[in-house]
Design a protein around this ligand. Structure first.
Ligand SMILES: O=C(O)CCC(=O)C(=O)O
Ligand SMILES: [Fe+2]
Length: 430
């Protein structure tokens, strides 16, 4: 973490304060953004709200984001939507993009055709997160036209400075996915990404996801709601009740989760059974990234909505998305995912316990790294884009000891995994 001077002796902030005192709305919004970076959220929110009320579109979007996630104020998703609609009426495409993101979850806004219009407006305006989401969306589909659109949109987003899009573009150029193989362009991009400190993504050869043919939209058509369709479950055991799902995520989606997760990795922890507090232990030797909802963009949200749906749950029941990386020798020793009373009391007890877990494998592991369920006598081998899900509680809602499971040590290569732990009741604000 970089050193940040205390807010009251920060000369840059003092200059921004002086400018805000004599300047206009833009100066006050700049000050609010600087305060957010310094963690002074309540003051930032008040400034944004005042500028939003005075009609500043950018402040209306920022105010909405803070209300959506409960930053510097209590979470109020409906109030967030009101601000975004106001900003959208002033033709603010970023506001439209957030409205699409919210509507896709259908908790605060209906999941209707306006989602696609709004995403398309973001694409046409060259808003990188909209381009990235549309690229990943097209990349799920078989037609040559959709595949080419995926590459074009990644290229545009990458040209506009979107580092994640550049990371997704690299394997497509190198392998000729959606375009002819372009070894020279791929090598140039690889060098630039390396210079920027981006990890090369592991090979993720997930096959095209399984989609019901009735739900494949016409080539070139944005149809995000269709992308929430999930492949069927294959039941593997009854105690714990567990299933596998083939072809849940596309190769781009696996790469997206890895690229976003790689920036946030830290040593994994487990919860101390006595205190409920997290600590590094030998039980879980991987690294992991926990995605604060404020980091979620449209592409990540669409992926999570589909993962939750595959688990037959609503995303509002999910704790933060976790992306894990296991290096050779790393493992998650036998454990159960349900929370003991101390851990539950420490984190939103009103949401109830972790009733279900879904894990999606993001790459093909060279050797090792299976998920093992000793009580059921089942072992699931990691395959990119496929998922395993299981119940942690029994039919009466009591912890089921048979839900014991382990991530076996990786022997060769690395293993990347995305996990959603799903509570009995609502956990997220929207
Ligand atoms: O790594 C695995 O296969 C299992 C991961 C797991 O148990 C979890 O994320 O709760
Ligand atoms: Fe687990």
């Amino acid at each position: 973490m970089s050193f940040q001077p205390p807010v009251d002796v920060d000369p840059e902030l003092a200059a921004l304060r002086a400018a805000a005192a004599r300047g206009g709305l833009d100066d006050r919004v700049r000050l609010a953004l600087a305060l957010v970076q310094r963690g002074a959220m309540e003051e930032a929110f008040e400034l944004h709200r005042a500028a939003a009320e005075a009609g500043h579109g950018g402040a209306q979007v920022e105010c909405a984001r803070m209300l959506l996630y409960g930053i510097g104020t209590d979470a109020a998703p409906h109030a967030a939507v009101d601000w975004l609609e106001r900003a959208e009426r002033q033709r603010n495409v970023v506001a439209g993009y957030f409205l699409a993101l919210i509507a896709l979850g259908s908790t605060v806004l209906p999941r209707d055709g306006r989602i696609n219009q709004r995403v398309l407006a973001g694409v046409q305006a060259g808003f990188p997160p909209a381009l990235r989401a549309a690229a990943v969306h097209f990349g799920r589909r078989d037609s040559a036209q959709d595949q080419a659109l995926c590459v074009q949109m990644l290229q545009r987003a990458a040209q506009l400075g979107d580092g994640i899009a550049a990371q997704l573009l690299l394997p497509r150029l190198a392998r000729g996915e959606g375009c002819a193989p372009q070894p020279a362009a791929a090598e140039d991009l690889r060098r630039r990404l390396e210079a920027a400190g981006a990890l090369p993504l592991p090979a993720s050869s997930a096959r095209r996801p399984t989609t019901d043919p009735r739900h494949i939209p016409a080539p070139g058509m944005v149809a995000l709601e269709d992308a929430l369709q999930t492949p069927p479950l294959v039941e593997r055991a009854s105690s714990p009740r567990m299933s596998e799902i083939e072809g849940l995520l596309s190769a781009d989606e696996c790469r997206l989760l890895i690229a976003c997760g790689a920036q946030l990795l830290r040593r994994s922890q487990t919860l101390d059974p006595e205190t409920g507090q997290p600590a590094a232990t030998q039980v879980r030797t991987s690294q992991d990234a926990s995605f604060d909802p404020i980091l979620e963009d449209l592409a990540l949200r669409a992926v999570q909505l589909r993962i939750a749906r595959a688990a037959r749950m609503e995303l509002v029941h999910a704790e933060q998305l976790i992306v894990l990386r296991y290096a050779p020798g790393e493992e998650y020793r036998p454990h159960r995912d349900y929370l003991n009373p101390a851990s539950l009391a420490a984190d939103r007890p009103h949401a109830g316990n972790r009733t279900r877990t879904i894990c999606v494998y993001l790459n093909d592991v060279e050797a090792g790294g299976a998920t093992e369920f000793p009580a059921a006598g089942v072992r699931v081998e990691p395959r990119a884009g496929c998922a395993v899900m299981f119940d942690n509680l029994d039919a009466d809602g009591r912890p089921n000891a048979d839900s014991l499971h382990a991530g076996l040590p990786v022997e060769r290569g690395e293993k990347w995994l995305a996990t959603l732990w799903l509570r009995e009741r609502r956990y997220r604000s929207y």
